[in-house]
Design a protein around this ligand. Structure first.
Ligand SMILES: Cc1ncc(C[n+]2csc(CCOP(=O)(O)OP(=O)(O)O)c2C)c(N)n1
Ligand SMILES: [Mg+2]
Length: 546
């Protein structure tokens, strides 16, 4: 059997459904082996987008998404996507080609050390030097990618190895369960909880990776402990719950920070320090129970007193079985924060100004999206508005990247979401800056026949940086852009472009786009002029009064 056939068989053995990427001549044996396989090759227009799609597939399924590129320039294009998967804990396998390693007449043409390049941004990176090793290397790559904390892995398949013969066979997956938390740790956590007066639950990214929603809901139902979410923890528990006290979209000064400051104990479910810290610990300050698949990486702002290390759902279940709600708990202040936040969240939701007010836009998107609809955000200042104001009702219905926080992933991640969930409504929400970083994938989306809505928040600027610039007291400089005619641009790809001309049209337009087939792009002029006032000053002032 040819090595490349064996590699494909090993991937099938892992349940791989898709490979995203762009083949080069060094992948041609592998490509030929894919031809007759059960795996669907999705050819993209840039390797970075293929990587984002593979990572998002991994994020949504828990199974490593696979992407493919050639050596040199193809592989270097994977770098940002690898970092995205690695920091965001998304299981992803990159397969790259290489010139023959045994005998080659091509000098160093296109050759750089990709295995070494991948080292700091992957959990595992390896050059396959013998066909006989393929089964164990592939199994190991999947094991590493998918095991908590998930991330990126890389295999390099040189041309000559791909063409070798072998009689090796795939390695079967072992039956394995995640370890569970020791009972003594549960007792220590319960002691802290029994002494606490104002415990607060924090739900973060780790809780969105596995099936933890049901047991967390049971925990809150029984204990009545209010909760906050990080950006990547949105939707694990329905944010319309009366126990919801807010999302950590801003780093400080928001309503939920009042609750954090008043809490004496935080049960941190699934946060690790890669995501922007939702709170800062200080010596002698708040107590923290860390609940995660791994122990806490200690940081100057994070050093929990008790750790429940093991399967999160099981840890919460054990805690809930043994813990009774305490009479000494007092949530009255959290409830006050919650109602002040609710008052603030409805401000501006029916503002009629045009270009559109971000609060109105978020509210309209929430109205039009079904509860299980998925929004995939790129990175820009609107991410704060969506994280803060858009109430997620189901796990992984708000896909955003608060780890690498890269621009350019909005459209590819929406495309991957639509592939994984063909029955659900999916909307990409991008700034004009971030959209243009991977806008070529409109062609891929059209070619794949995806039903997708792409909302472009058009301020003709790198608005997020403009906002920070203003906040630092600097005058506007270096951040304004020109844009293509987005409607013509979309149409030229075979998508359908729409331009909004008044605020009241957005809701019906999004509705009709979501209800019709194909790729729809909506160019939405936005008014960011109040961002600084509201996000930097008004929220701080109003929350201080609670
Ligand atoms: C790849 C990448 N380059 C640069 C940045 C820094 N950055 C963060 S947001 C932003 C501006 C985003 O502009 P746009 O997409 O138009 O969104 P807006 O904030 O204007 O709504 C920049 C440059 C980044 N996060 N990722
Ligand atoms: Mg912009």
């Amino acid at each position: 059997m040819k090595a490349s056939d064996l590699l494909v068989e090993c991937l099938e053995n892992e349940g791989v459904e898709y490979i995203f990427g762009i083949p080069g001549e060094e992948n041609l044996d592998f490509l030929e082996s894919l031809r007759g396989s059960s795996i669907r090759l999705i050819v993209t227009r840039h390797e970075q987008a293929a990587g984002f799609m593979a990572a998002t597939y991994g994020r949504l399924t828990g199974k490593a998404g696979v992407c493919l590129s050639t050596l040199g320039p193809g592989a270097t294009n994977f770098v940002t996507a690898a970092a995205y998967a690695q920091l965001g804990a998304m299981p992803m396998l990159m397969i790259t080609g290489q010139k023959p390693i045994k005998r080659s007449k091509q000098g160093q043409f296109q050759i750089i050390d990709i295995v070494d390049m991948m080292r700091p941004i992957t959990k595992y990176t390896h050059q396959i030097v013998s066909a006989d090793n393929i089964p164990s290397r592939v199994r190991e790559a999947f094991r590493r990618a998918e095991e908590e904390r998930p991330g990126a892995v890389h295999l390099e398949l040189p041309e000559d190895v791909a063409a070798e013969g072998t009689d090796a066979r795939p390695v079967a997956q072992s039956k394995v369960r995640r370890p569970v938390v020791e009972e003594k740790s549960i007792r220590q956590a319960i002691e802290l909880l029994e002494q606490a007066r104002r415990p607060l639950l924090l739900v973060a990214a780790g809780a969105n990776r596995k099936l933890t929603a049901r047991v967390l809901r049971q925990f809150i139902d029984k204990q009545q402990i209010p909760f906050i979410t990080t950006q990547m923890g949105k939707g694990v528990i329905d944010e319309t719950s009366p126990h919801f006290v807010g999302n950590a979209a801003l780093s400080a000064g928001d309503f939920l920070h009042r609750a954090i400051n008043a809490a004496d104990l935080i049960i941190n479910v699934g946060h690790d320090v890669v995501e922007k810290p939702p709170f800062f610990m200080t010596q002698g300050g708040i107590h923290v129970i860390h609940v995660n698949f791994q122990s806490a990486a200690v940081d100057p702002v994070y050093f929990p007193q008790v750790e429940l290390v093991g399967d999160i759902a099981n840890a919460i279940w054990q805690l809930n079985e043994r813990l009774e709600p305490q009479d000494s708990w007092d949530f009255s202040y959290f409830r006050k924060v919650c109602s002040a936040l609710e008052h603030h969240l409805v401000e501006g939701v029916d503002d009629g100004r045009f270009p559109m007010y971000p609060q109105r836009l978020v509210a309209d998107v929430r109205k039009v999206m079904p509860d299980d609809g998925i929004i995939a955000l790129d990175n820009g200042v609107y991410k704060i508005w969506f994280a803060r104001n858009y109430k997620a009702r189901h796990p992984n219905t708000v896909l955003l990247d608060n780890a690498l926080a890269t621009m350019g992933a909005g459209l590819p991640s929406a495309m991957a979401a639509r592939l994984v969930f063909p029955g659900r409504k999916v909307m990409a929400i991008c700034g004009d800056g971030g959209f243009m970083m991977n806008s070529q994938e409109l062609e891929t989306a059209v070619r794949l026949g995806l039903n997708l809505v792409v909302l472009i928040l058009d301020d003709s600027a790198y608005g997020m940086i403009k906002w920070k610039q203003a906040n630092m007291g600097f005058r506007n400089f270096g951040l304004d852009l020109g844009n293509p005619d987005f409607v013509k641009y979309a149409d030229s790809y075979g998508a359908t472009g729409h331009r909004l001309s008044k605020a009241d049209d957005l809701l019906p337009l999004m509705h009709s786009c979501l209800e019709s087939d194909g790729v729809h792009l909506i160019d939405v002029p936005v008014d960011y002029s109040d961002n600084d006032r509201i996000l930097n000053r008004e929220i701080q002032a109003k929350s201080k009064l609670v």
